[in-house]
Design a protein around this ligand. Structure first.
Ligand code: GTP
Ligand code: MG
Length: 216
């Protein structure tokens, strides 16, 4: 379900029942199909009209990974015709990133390098993948190799939001990787945050005040 970024309280309730909550962001130029991919995954629907995302849309989704319920926040923002910096809050606390290009527009592939560079400035370690969208328009592209991301070991998916090819697989893989990352962050700041959260809840259990400022 799509909601405005200013959250609606009852939708947030889900996260309290969930075992884990993760945030997944989507990057890529305008019109590569970021929003259509999310619609395909979340609602199994695809309406071909072109409506560029305005500002930010937040999609809430409950996923099952193993025997756990995971509350997933998908963040979808407007890509731009030309690369422009994204607001830092978009990256803040993200656990995984889906980078999309359009197989019919070479420039959207070339621009991945800019998106990736910015992502790594904010989130050096989160799982990320490269997604080649719109393969329904030209199946032959699936025989070509797209090397961006290989060096960094990023998984690559050929997908189509229009006919659904590989969409569920890609999203499910990324949800799983986001959860794994959250449980074992390799990012130093994330580890610090997690330790602090743990200390706070242990202190609360011990009847200590959570806001106790001492860090031993
Ligand atoms: N043939 C084909 N067209 C697609 C596919 N996915 C998206 N499109 C079309 O591409 C256009 C842009 O799709 P969006 O999902 O709105 O693109 P976006 O990346 O969210 O764009 P911004 O919100 O502007 O950043 C729409 O007209 C879609 O119908 C696909 O898999 N195949
Ligand atoms: Mg969009």
């Amino acid at each position: 379900m799509a909601v405005d970024a200013g959250s609606i309280p009852e939708l947030d309730q889900k996260k309290y029942d969930a075992d884990e909550q993760v945030k997944i962001i989507c990057l890529g130029d305008s019109a590569v199909g970021k929003s259509k991919l999310m619609e395909r995954f979340l609602m199994d629907e695809y309406r071909p009209q072109q409506l560029s995302t305005y500002a930010l849309t937040l999609y809430k989704h409950a996923a099952t990974v193993g025997d756990k319920t995971i509350a997933v926040d998908f963040w979808d923002t407007a890509g731009q015709e030309r690369f422009q910096n994204m607001h830092p809050s978009y990256y803040h606390k993200a656990h995984a990133c889906i980078m999309v290009f359009d197989v019919q527009r070479k420039l959207t592939y070339k621009n991945l390098v800019n998106w990736y560079k910015e992502l790594r400035e904010y989130r050096p370690e989160i799982p990320c993948c490269v997604v080649a969208n719109k393969i329904d328009a030209d199946m032959k592209v699936t025989q070509r190799s797209f090397n961006f991301g290989k060096k960094q070991g990023l998984p690559f998916y050929f997908v189509s939001a229009a006919d659904g090819t590989n969409v569920v697989k890609m999203f499910r893989d990324m949800i799983k990787r986001a959860v794994e990352y959250k449980q074992n962050p390799s990012d130093f700041m994330d580890e610090v945050m997690q330790e602090l959260e743990k200390d706070n809840s242990e202190a609360e259990e011990d009847g200590l005040k959570a806001e106790s400022p001492e860090l031993v």
